[in-house]
Design a binder for this molecule. Structure first.
Ligand SMILES: O=P(O)(O)OC[C@H]1O[C@](O)(COP(=O)(O)O)[C@@H](O)[C@@H]1O
Ligand SMILES: [Mn+2]
Length: 660
């Protein structure tokens, strides 16, 4: 092997990490060992829509995998009742321990048995990882002792005694409770190696901010932005139209707690404005969809006023964007000037419709898109609250750093919505700015990804920032948006017009055309191997009740929106999917509805999940077959080169630190 000056410079740098022949050899051996381990398990979830409790439960129970593992180990020796209790303890150790400590007669005995069982499960679920990886996952306080228990030598004479001595000590020093919690969390942690969220964390359900907190503390996660995430990202960046949309949806679902308590955003200005301008208006079309138990009718009436007030502001702000960005091609969504305010009707596509609600106190018919000064003042106040919410800003920064428009991961292509296509199954070309430049397929998603980041980060260039924010709004509901995938969002029509024909939102051709050939075209455009790849989407609930299947295009496309969102469960017939990709292949888990965390703990009610194997590997997949494996290979090559350079005398070993 011969080396250029550049190579030697790099190897010199690398030698600071592996300063001796021995250390380089050791690393090569370690990395090669990792390559041969089974591939880590990936879990895919999508369209969680604020359903924090159900989401949290499937993370804790590993989408049912933990109970399966317990059955594999103890199926023949424990009753189903005990398996249920042990599972609940692993899912909710803190809460379950509290109950057990009150009820259990012989707590020492219980601790002893439980610790043995947990160690057994830990050993089982950690067997496919290296010691070093397990060590990194261990809580600091207990890392040494857990390692001892997991890897106690089988040739040790006094093994049993040594083992039970450790457990006895843990109990006698009063640390059993903490130890159980640590082991339970370790088990939860080890069954999911990587979590993929295919978008739509936000809206409808009440706990999006809690889901975000959980994701931020999760060991390994990526997110593909959904339309409902991007609109919150736009709001956090300061897009007024996105702020209005976010608040409108929160009012619609009576979900202002996320905004107020979750993000500390003051909505009093909106309430005051709404009470003043819609004082005598019942705002019937704007009554919230679901009102939580503590809220009363009076609250609902106030929310309806706020809902209407912010919806009208939204229509005006959107009008401004559509006018300043003619290349968005959304003129058809300019509706306010099509209203005949005297007659209370609107004419759309040549047909005149009666409006359900004709009270528009904030609209000047001669200039309907103009915000009133009070509306302007209100949106300014709201914007300042969104920009100053530390929590929201930190969540959105996390979505930016761990998320993207799409992700290629272990030969799967992950994105929330779709890729715009023409009717003839070719990529649709989309113009994003006045230059007339066209983007399609991967280049479209790449460009949008950059613009989203610019909207948030480019504070020095107000023009570029505003453009980025308008693009985010476009991604939320634009007529060629890959995150939205429908020709329009009929928000105005659904509030104001009875005739259902006006409510129709036509889905992109993508959703009818995706056969194997189109999938292959997409794989090629994204640089993926059509033979081994899959596309994984969310966004469109799978109507299982109507005979739809999540498996499309001969298994190349998997649509896994199974309806975590309660609002969609009647429609899908289940309560969400988890796609699992482990070393044996791909399987799809369908979840039954989750009742509540309280019932899961007190009554040990787990989610019932059914498994379907989608693809089985002929040979177990190893780390070397993964993207990470490829990176490790490259690292090994580099270190082998370093080793060669050491041996040829081109680089000197650094045996001890030199004091200069
Ligand atoms: O059920 P709602 O609140 O009226 O929402 C319906 C709106 O949500 C959308 O379905 C978008 O949300 P999804 O991404 O969850 O599909 C729009 O197409 C539609 O206008
Ligand atoms: Mn969606």
């Amino acid at each position: 092997m011969s080396y250029t000056d550049q190579d030697l410079k790099y190897l010199e740098l690398l030698s600071t990490k592996y300063p001796t022949i021995a250390s380089a050899c050791k690393e090569i051996i370690n990395l090669k060992a990792i390559l041969n381990l089974p591939k880590g398990t990936e879990h895919f979830l999508t369209d969680i829509h604020g359903e924090y409790e159900a989401f949290n439960h499937v993370l804790k129970n590993g989408s049912g995998v933990i109970k399966q593992k317990i059955n594999e180990i103890f199926g023949n020796t424990l009753s189903q009742k005990d398996i249920k209790s042990l599972s609940t303890l692993i899912y909710y150790p803190e809460q379950k321990l509290e109950i057990i400590l009150k009820e259990e007669q012989n707590i020492e005995d219980w601790f002893k048995i439980t610790l043995y069982r947990l160690v057994e499960i830990c050993r089982y679920v950690s067997s496919k990882y290296t010691r070093s990886k397990v060590r990194k996952a261990l809580p600091e306080d207990f890392s040494y002792i857990i390692e001892e228990l997991l890897h106690e030598q089988s040739d040790r004479q006094d093994k049993e005694e040594y083992y039970s001595e450790i457990i006895k000590t843990i109990i006698s020093v009063g640390r059993a409770k903490e130890f159980i919690i640590a082991l339970s969390k370790l088990i939860q942690r080890l069954v999911i190696d990587r979590l993929h969220i295919i978008g739509d964390i936000y809206d409808r359900g009440p706990g999006a901010h809690l889901i975000m907190d959980t994701l931020m503390n999760y060991h390994s996660v990526d997110i593909q932005w959904g339309n409902h995430d991007i609109v919150w990202m736009g709001a956090a960046a300061g897009s007024e139209a996105c702020i209005a949309n976010v608040l409108r949806i929160c009012c619609r679902y009576s979900n202002l707690d996320t905004v107020e308590d979750g993000y500390g955003i003051n909505i009093l200005p909106l309430a005051t404005f709404a009470m003043e301008h819609y004082k005598d208006d019942e705002c019937l079309a704007f009554m919230p969809k679901a009102i939580d138990q503590d809220a009363n009718e009076k609250d609902a009436k106030l929310i309806a006023k706020m809902h209407k007030a912010i919806a009208m502001i939204q229509f005006k702000l959107e009008g401004e964007i559509i006018k300043r960005r003619p290349y968005f091609n959304m003129d058809e969504r300019l509706l306010l000037h099509k209203i005949d305010y005297k007659e209370g009707v609107i004419t759309l596509n040549g047909k005149t419709y009666k409006l359900k609600d004709t009270y528009f106190p904030t609209i000047d018919p001669s200039n309907p898109y103009q915000l009133m000064p009070e509306e302007k003042e209100l949106i300014e106040k709201l914007k300042s609250s969104f920009l100053n919410s530390e929590k929201l800003q930190s969540h959105v920064r996390f979505l930016l750093s761990n998320g993207s428009m799409y992700l290629k991961y272990n030969s799967n292509l992950l994105y929330h919505g779709c890729i715009p296509l023409n009717k003839d199954k070719t990529f649709k070309k989309v113009k994003l700015d006045a230059s007339g430049k066209e983007y399609s397929g991967k280049s479209l998603l790449d460009r949008l990804d950059v613009l989203v980041r610019e909207a948030y980060f480019n504070k020095n260039d107000p023009e570029a920032k505003l453009y980025g924010m308008d693009i985010i709004w476009y991604l939320w509901n634009g007529s060629d948006s890959p995150l939205y995938g429908k020709d329009k969002m009929a928000v105005f029509e659904r509030y104001f017009i009875e005739e259902k024909e006006t409510h129709i939102e036509r889905k992109f051709y993508y959703y009818e055309l995706m056969d194997e050939k189109v999938c292959n075209m997409i794989f090629e455009d994204f640089g993926l191997d059509p033979k081994t790849s899959h596309i994984i989407n969310g966004h469109v609930p799978v109507r299982i009740k109507k005979g739809e299947s999540p498996i499309r295009a001969n298994g190349k496309l998997l649509v896994i929106d199974g309806g975590f969102s309660k609002a969609y469960q009647a429609y899908t017939g289940i309560a969400g999917y988890t796609l699992i990709y482990n070393s044996y292949g791909l399987l799809l888990v369908s979840h039954e509805p989750f009742e509540s965390t309280i019932k899961a703990i007190q009554e040990e009610k787990d989610i019932l999940s059914t498994y379907e194997i989608l693809e089985q590997e002929a040979e177990r997949k190893r780390v070397k077959d993964t993207d990470n494996g490829k990176k490790l290979f490259a690292q090994i090559c580099d270190i082998e080169m370093l080793l060669d350079a050491y041996r040829k005398g081109l680089i000197k070993e650094k045996l001890a630190k030199q004091v200069v």
